[in-house]
Write a protein that binds this ligand. Structure first.
Ligand SMILES: [Zn+2]
Ligand SMILES: [Zn+2]
Length: 251
């Protein structure tokens, strides 16, 4: 009953244990589907970070917010009146969340002279903590990457991701932080996060309940997962399932 389950899939698909138990290879803590999912999340994070950096947000204000980051950038007056010295301090037209997220690694917060930790840690700061730990533990003889978010993501991606996923149990904590960062970036970009799509009217082949199969758009393997019983269908299995339903109705 309690076969080892790939720890990444146990995190991404907590209900689908039965199906996934058969995927886990002895002595391995991650299966290839779990690794693909994590890789996909990193690629999405990288793309979202670039969109925020380039100011290509869904809201037109995004570009202005980013331009405010430049040293010496003028702070526009909120009204049409010219700014007069001696007037009370204007509220900066900066979206603090965006600015926080784009800051370089180092754990500094925008407008937080007292270090009240009201803002978000920057993407680079969070990533740099993981890179520092993994560099120490596994790659101390390698050079250290640049500590901007994109360079850190690129350093983690590829063969290093496969290695650390297999050798660090905290990889699910990493997966969770990547997901949190993506949510924050989506919020800062004014983008709506993709939510699972329900396969309306389709019965689950295992528990027979209707409209319980869901497709998570973030899953690069396009599994349909039953939210009631945890059954997990690959794209091929799902298509075969649909075909068998059609055949039943014909006969
Ligand atoms: Zn897995
Ligand atoms: Zn089911």
């Amino acid at each position: 009953m309690s076969q080892p389950v790939c720890i990444l899939c146990a995190y991404y698909h907590p209900k689908a244990e039965t199906h996934l138990a058969s995927w886990s290879q002895p002595g391995r803590q991650c299966c290839s589907a779990g690794l693909r999912r994590l890789e996909h999340e990193l690629v999405s994070l990288r793309a979202a970070f670039q969109r925020l950096q380039e100011g290509v947000g869904a809201e037109p204000a995004a570009k202005d917010a980013v331009s405010q980051l430049l040293p010496g950038a003028p702070v526009p007056s909120p009204s049409n009146q010219p700014s007069v010295s001696g007037t009370k301090e204007r509220r900066l037209p900066i979206d603090v969340t965006r600015v926080d997220l784009l800051l370089p690694a180092g754990g500094e917060y925008v407008r937080d002279p007292n270090r009240d930790q009201t803002g978000n840690l920057s993407v680079a700061t969070v990533l740099n903590e993981w890179v520092a730990a993994w560099h120490d533990r596994f790659y101390s003889s390698h050079g250290y990457p640049r500590t901007d978010a994109i360079s850190l993501i690129d350093w983690i991606s590829g063969h290093r991701l496969y290695w650390v996923a297999e050798h660090d149990e905290a990889i699910t904590d990493f997966a969770e932080e990547i997901r949190d960062l993506r949510s924050l970036l989506a919020g800062a970009l004014g983008e709506v996060e993709k939510i699972p799509v329900t396969m309306w009217g389709v019965p689950c082949p295992k528990c027979q309940l209707v409209s319980q199969l869901e497709l998570n758009p973030e899953d690069p393997d396009h599994y349909r997962i039953c939210i009631s019983c945890g059954a997990m269908l690959s794209r091929t299995e799902y298509m075969e399932h649909l075909r068998s339903i059609v055949d039943q109705h014909r006969s």
